[in-house]
Design a protein around this ligand. Structure first.
Ligand code: F6P
Length: 517
């Protein structure tokens, strides 16, 4: 439920022109700006001011946030529906688990993945007598999106390691493209699956092994496989050598798992030191999240801004525009992190949630998206908050393209804010169509530079932001029961048990020849 203080602030701020709000307080730009771990959050173009922010902070405090955060970071059962903690922070040593089983397990498995990655990268792991030239990660959801994003974002930091490819889709061309041009004897497949029972991943793993067996022989093929999983027995039963199975516990959620053994492809492709620096960046954000005052706490404030826009101002979606080709996969990564975590309308107590849960997240890569959907953002009938993700060093770059990229990002935020009203002149109809309403809100997340550390901090910022929002909504962000029914119904279709399906679905299956009439 929304407290009246917040709705009163929203009513007050809803009547002010955004540009006037900005001019009203000379200290505004500085007070709605904060930075940590090489990331600056500028939310001065939001329809917010220090007093409404203070009211949001008070609301969060009133929900017992401090105790909830402590429970998260110290291994409390914050995922009640599955009876587990959510200790992904232990993998960057940002959790308070010193001396515990969790710390021991993390240390042990990190030593194992580092040693394996060093062997593969150094050419000492030779499944067919040749060094590995390409690592293909087979996984989906959290076992794909995080590693894929980080591999792309930090490709310039890879040095001389095996190249990385990713397979997630059941479309056979995905695997075909991943192996194209490679010497089969130099391939290493990593099956990343927490459950080791995900249909897409198991089918792709089997297809990869069959393909490889066709080139190197069935007896040899299994040597080209490793796994990252919380179900070791299933990975071994699949035929992967026990020494090549890297564990992580069930208290690491899939969409929070890139820091764990699920990051094995990254540890190989980017190198253990780059992977460690990525985790260190996250640890720095963990420490900040744990102790910074709420009003100056980056993940907390980002969550409050997003909550405000969604629930007080009524904007159901948020656009993420990344002004770096290297961060082109960020919107897709955030979609899973935020929408699988916050897309719920029942509280952790099983009651109907009074608020609708987190926003739809979508976006793309600037400046490309300026030539596609930005028209809709500027002149469409809906107002959608935009997060611009930029690289500060681009503004002063020696490369004019980076300077223009950065200038475009700054210009888009200004254009959304200002709009333009053209005089009616001789052609009022044309003037009206060319005018832009303005008053459209945005934030900027500016990374000092795109480094392993700032990327780690950026992802941890969003993980913690999601947790804060989950407290505001009263929901469990660590389960995902909503994806289960579709899996069951797929199985029913494959088993041909169609009596429970609706007429439309049955008709399609008949029409397409999946089943005979
Ligand atoms: O179906 C959703 C999901 O469970 C995600 O939460 C998870 O990241 C993905 O599937 C893959 O699961 P797994 O790692 O167990 O294969």
């Amino acid at each position: 439920m929304l407290p009246p203080e917040l709705t009163a602030h929203a009513a007050r701020l809803g009547e002010v022109r955004l540009r006037e709000l900005m001019g009203a307080d000379p200290g505004r730009a500085a007070s709605l700006l904060m930075a940590h771990a090489g990331i600056e959050l500028d939310f001065s173009k939001q329809r917010l001011d220090p007093s409404s922010l203070a009211a949001l902070v008070a609301h969060l405090e009133g929900l017992g946030f401090a105790a909830r955060r402590d429970a998260l970071l110290s291994g409390g059962i914050v995922n009640a529906s599955e009876g587990r903690p959510a200790l992904h922070t232990a993998y960057r040593h940002g959790a308070r688990v010193q001396g515990s089983d969790a710390e021991h397990l993390v240390d042990e498995t990190q030593a194992q993945t580092r040693a394996f990655a060093t062997r593969v990268r150094g050419g000492d792991f030779r499944p067919a007598g040749k060094p590995v030239s390409r690592v293909i990660n087979i996984g989906i959801g959290g076992s794909d999106l995080g590693p894929r994003l980080v591999a792309d974002a930090l490709a310039d930091h890879a040095g001389a390691g095996p190249e990385l490819r990713f397979v997630a889709s059941l479309d056979p061309t995905d695997l075909q493209h991943a192996v194209a041009g490679a010497d089969p004897e130099t391939l290493l497949f990593i099956i990343a699956s927490k459950s080791f029972s995900t249909q897409e991943t198991l089918m792709n793993g089997q297809a990869a092994r069959d393909w490889l067996a066709g080139h190197v022989g069935a007896a040899q093929a299994g040597r080209h496989f490793a796994a990252a999983s919380a179900a070791r027995d299933k990975a071994v039963a699949f035929g992967i050598a026990s020494d090549n199975v890297f564990d992580f516990p069930d208290w690491v959620g899939g969409r929070y798992s890139v820091w764990s053994a699920v990051g094995l492809s990254l540890e190989i492709g980017l190198g253990p030191d780059v992977f460690a620096a990525f985790r260190d960046g996250a640890r720095s954000m963990d420490a900040h999240f744990a102790i910074a005052p709420l009003a100056r706490n980056l993940p907390v404030v980002k969550a409050l801004v997003d909550f405000w826009n969604r629930n007080l101002l009524g904007h159901p979606s948020r656009c993420v525009a990344a002004y770096s080709a290297r961060l082109g996969l960020l919107p897709g990564y955030l979609q899973q992190l935020e929408m699988e975590s916050l897309g719920k309308s029942v509280t952790a107590n099983g009651e109907p949630a009074p608020l609708p849960g987190g926003a739809l997240v979508w976006g793309g890569c600037g400046t490309e998206v300026q030539h596609s959907f930005f028209q809709w953002l500027h002149q469409g009938g809906d107002v959608t908050p935009v997060d611009f993700i930029g690289i500060a060093s681009h503004f002063a770059s020696d490369d004019p393209r980076e300077r223009v990229l950065a200038a475009n990002m700054a210009a888009q935020g200004a254009a959304l804010l200002d709009g333009v009203q053209l005089p009616a002149g001789d052609d009022p109809a044309l003037a009206a169509q060319r005018s832009m309403p303005g008053g459209r809100i945005s934030s900027v997340l500016l990374l000092d530079a795109l480094t392993p550390g700032t990327l780690g901090a950026l992802l941890a910022l969003h993980e913690h932001k999601v947790f804060v929002e989950s407290v505001l909504y009263g929901i469990n962000p660590f389960d995902q029961w909503g994806v289960e029914l579709g899996k069951v119904l797929t199985k029913g279709i494959l088993d041909g048990e169609l009596s429970r399906y609706d007429a439309s679905t049955r008709a399609m299956l008949a029409r397409t020849g999946f089943v005979s009439d």
